[in-house]
Unconditional design. Structure first.
Length: 520
């Protein structure tokens, strides 16, 4: 059976991923090492992610703003734990001018900055400085802001969308009167991410708290949503942090309370990035390329006119454009339909496979026969085949116009249900010892020079096990046990049973359950 990609998921999952990104025209590597060019189809998905999330942020009372790309070194140095967490990834600006010396363009020795500037790896410190100026009284709280921005973290091993030196994201930052209000905000935004991932991305996730050693640098508590990719690995898809008063103390964010006393504000931060697009690919892609959930497809329906370089082509194009005008006034998933007519002068087969690889939810193929019969022929990208043949369905023109919205909603649900079934069926329970955990996961896969597994997708998933919540050195000992297997603790799920067995690491009575997996 012909497939649109050269590499299958079962052969080499990492290579398959790279081919999907490339051949679905999502992104490409740039001339700048470790950075990417996001092409229109990939950026169109990101724009829809932005729109959907931005609506949710504003509905929960947040406003957008923008903070500088450059952060003074002394701002970051004020928060020791924070700088330690990011020090190895920071890009530093040391000069403000170039100069030709001996025919070579170099930083001008006379233009060295008095104080180096850090290219934004995250904005807690610079935003905290603004909060210090904005907040003086309890009446000024809460402050609820978000920014859409780019950040730079100097990654040595990069992979398009998943890990690049520069990436796009949003970061929310808030300040509150007390811990209770800040924790409520932290959990509210975690739920926003969970709901968005599941209803818009059709990507089921597990929401939970990160362990002590996996917290965001400087946070009291970090929460995440974790998604299972088709190779069984976990992807951290979003995080929400309660920062306590750490950043408030470092940047002197104080307010006068109602009783006249002076107190430090409690702050939070939360964010998702273009990494979500990598998760979208690895959750929904197949051996023909990407499958985009209709809620995030830049073009939900693509009309492919069969053009033959003949006089009749004009009639075909008119029919397609009329069909588009009838469809774009319809609504599905809370918005007007997004419909494109691909009128480029290319062979019908090539156009079809290009859009199959891009993952447009519905493809319509229109030629003289469809016009003569007053019909449309459509393909559903979520269920492309019937047996070993592509399934094309012919329906009356008017019937399709009335059917389109429900088809898109059905595709959205189908993709979610498929991913949810995979997640539920590949969570291993009943593991009661480190030996059993090791036996389940087996040896870690071999990796390429970028640290990416070279194996195909497997039936492995995650393990849900009991543990005693060790801290400090004991927690480090647990991580040392997991490291040879390349396993990590993903999170402590919010839904917990009422009774626990024994900790699989220490044999002591357990107090909660955790998810363990290999991860991106």
């Amino acid at each position: 059976m012909r497939r649109a990609l050269e590499t299958s998921r079962s052969q080499n999952f990492a290579e398959w991923y790279q081919e999907v990104v490339r051949r679905s025209d999502m992104a490409e590597t740039s001339a700048v090492r470790g950075c990417m060019v996001i092409k229109p189809w990939g950026y169109g998905i990101w724009e829809l992610i932005q729109q959907q999330l931005d609506q949710r942020f504003k509905e929960t009372g947040h406003e957008n703003c923008y903070f500088p790309l450059f952060i003074p070194l002394d701002f970051i140095a004020k928060e020791a734990e924070h700088v330690e967490g990011f020090a190895k990834e920071m890009a530093v600006v040391t000069h403000h001018r170039l100069k030709a010396i001996d025919g070579e363009l170099v930083p001008d020795p006379d233009a060295k900055l008095t104080e180096p500037l850090i290219v934004r790896p995250t904005s807690e410190t610079i935003i905290a400085d603004s909060f210090r100026n904005w907040i003086s009284s309890y009446r000024d709280l809460p402050v609820l802001v978000n920014q859409w921005a780019n950040v730079v973290r100097w990654e040595m091993r990069t992979r398009l969308f998943l890990r690049t030196a520069e990436f796009l994201w949003q970061e929310g930052h808030t300040a509150h009167i007390d811990r209770e209000d800040a924790i409520e905000e932290t959990m509210r935004m975690l739920e926003v991410y969970r709901e968005f991932a599941e209803t818009v991305m059709a990507m089921p996730v597990i929401a939970g708290e990160k362990t002590e050693n996996e917290r965001f640098p400087g946070a009291d508590n970090t929460y995440s949503i974790e998604a299972m990719m088709q190779d069984g690995k976990a992807l951290q898809a979003g995080t929400s942090h309660y920062l306590g008063t750490h950043f408030a103390q470092a940047q002197d964010i104080k307010y006068q309370a109602a009783d006249g006393t002076e107190k430090y504000a409690h702050t939070t931060s939360w964010g998702v990035s273009t990494r979500l697009i990598g998760g979208l690919i690895m959750t929904h892609g197949d051996d023909d390329g990407l499958r985009v959930p209709p809620a995030l497809a830049p073009h939900q329906i693509v009309i492919l006119p069969r053009l033959r370089g003949e006089e009749g082509d004009a009639k075909v194009l008119d029919y397609c454009r009329q069909l588009r005008s009838e469809l774009v006034v319809q609504s599905a998933l809370g918005a007007r339909l997004r419909v494109n007519v691909d009128s480029k002068d290319r062979g019908a087969s090539n156009k079809r496979w290009d859009w199959v690889r891009r993952g447009a939810p519905i493809l319509l193929e229109i030629g003289p026969r469809e016009i003569e019969n007053g019909q449309v022929s459509y393909l559903r990208r979520d269920v492309l085949y019937e047996g070993e043949k592509i399934k094309s369905t012919a329906v009356n023109h008017a019937d399709f116009v009335g059917l389109a919205a429900s088809l898109l909603e059905e595709i959205q649900k189908n993709l979610y249900d498929e991913a949810k079934t995979r997640l539920q069926s590949r969570i291993k329970i009943g593991i009661d010892s480190m030996a059993a955990l090791s036996g389940y996961f087996g040896e870690a896969d071999s990796e390429d020079e970028e640290g990416v597994s070279t194996s195909g997708a497997s039936d492995l998933g995650w393990a849900r096990v009991a543990w005693c919540k060790p801290t400090g050195k004991k927690l480090e000992e647990v991580e040392a046990m997991l490291a040879p297997l390349k396993l990590t603790i993903r999170n402590v799920p919010l839904d917990q049973p009422t009774a626990f067995g024994k900790c699989i690491f220490t044999g002591e009575p357990a107090v909660e359950e955790i998810f363990i997996a290999r991860a991106y």
